[in-house]
Design a protein around this ligand. Structure first.
Ligand code: AHM
Ligand code: MG
Length: 338
């Protein structure tokens, strides 16, 4: 059997295969190592969530008289603490925090990172998979301190993106622009080991994932697309199967491996103010970089996610992501071309 490959070894080996990117990958290895370490800590806490009845509900005072921190707050604080003096980042943005988060003076590094500390957190109390999503960009502004401008760069400028899924096992997925690779946490040695090298998403899937409870708030095009995937047509593999967890990391991960399409379309509940739900910087952009690297596609319906120039840290966008042929067809429906 081949020797197991750790995350940091994998990035460094990629640098050897791509000398033009070796310096970048070597810097990234330090930051990804920190992200992986935080992921292990959050994974441990997520696994303990089942003991909640013994320890006290989150937000309440437990039997020891201590306040039990909500897991999403815990994840947020843990990531910030791990990175603010790491020397790898100059500024951070978190889905849980309104403004850019500075790092400690004298510890500024070359990257700006945005993250969703615990995505799908409504699923925590019912033992359904949740995850941490991260997106890394190189600092472009002058001076040591990072700014919002460093974070508000289009998705195509990402140097690295990934997520950690806390499921039946804990898996870290990342891309640094050289394919998509997955590592499973071996709890016995506390290391992420390469388990899913060079993931490719099937060009066409058989699964659709959307919160169909919102059907009546969608555009005509989005409705027609969902009607389409449910029609019976053997030649095109329809009807598709419906799979929706309500946890982006889990829905995305399943479709990445099996093929399929995830949609959180524009919501016209208030026709004067149509809006998407998922956030560009913390959810849509990193997933778009990963899926494109795996051969898939990501779009709002009107434009590719990676082309959007962000206008705000917490900007929301419609998201259609998954197998390339499925996303391209959904775009045509949303644009009224089918
Ligand atoms: P969160 O970041 O507050 O957890 O919200 C994002 C989550 C995604 O994980 C998921 O895809 C989506 O919200 C589900 O939304 P809904 O419950 O409206 O279907
Ligand atoms: Mg989220």
């Amino acid at each position: 059997m081949a020797e197991p490959i750790t995350l940091v070894q994998h990035i460094k080996n990629t640098g050897r295969e791509h000398p033009e990117a070796a310096a970048e990958l070597s810097q990234l290895a330090g930051l990804l190592g920190d992200v992986a370490a935080v992921g292990k800590t959050i994974s441990r806490e997520v696994n303990k969530a089942g003991l909640v009845e013994l320890l006290g509900l989150t937000g309440e005072v437990n039997v020891q008289g201590e306040e039990v921190k909500k897991l999403d707050d815990y994840a947020n604080d843990t990531i910030i603490k791990a990175l603010e003096r790491s020397g790898h980042v100059c500024v951070m943005a978190s889905e849980e925090v309104p403004d850019p988060i500075p790092v400690a003076a004298g510890y500024e590094g070359p990257y700006a990172i945005s993250f969703d500390p615990l995505d799908g957190s409504s699923n925590i109390d019912v033992n359904v998979s949740i995850g941490t999503i991260f997106s890394i960009r190189r600092k472009t502004t002058a001076g040591p301190a990072g700014t919002a401008e460093d974070l508000l760069q289009p998705g195509r400028t990402q140097t690295c993106a990934g997520y950690i899924i806390y499921g039946s096992s804990t898996i870290l997925i990342y891309t640094a622009g050289f394919g998509v690779h997955g590592f499973t946490l071996d709890q016995s040695i506390g290391e992420f080991l390469l388990s899913h090298p060079d993931i490719k998403i099937p060009a066409k899937g058989k699964i659709y994932s959307a919160n169909e409870g919102n059907y009546n708030y969608w555009s005509e095009g989005a409705k027609k697309y969902i009607d389409y995937v449910k029609q019976v047509d053997k030649a095109t593999g329809r009807p598709y199967s419906a799979r929706y967890i309500g946890s982006l990391v889990a829905d995305f991960h399943r479709n990445l491996i099996y093929g399929g399409i995830f949609l959180y379309p524009m919501d016209y509940k208030d026709p004067a103010k149509p809006k998407g739900k998922l956030r560009l910087l913390y959810e849509a952009s990193p997933m778009a970089f990963i899926v494109e690297q795996a051969g898939g596609d990501a779009s709002t319906g009107a434009e590719k996610i990676l082309d959007i120039v962000p206008t705000g840290l917490h900007q929301r966008v419609p998201l259609i992501v998954g197998s390339k042929e499925d996303v391209e067809l959904a775009e045509k429906f949303v644009q009224g071309k089918v």
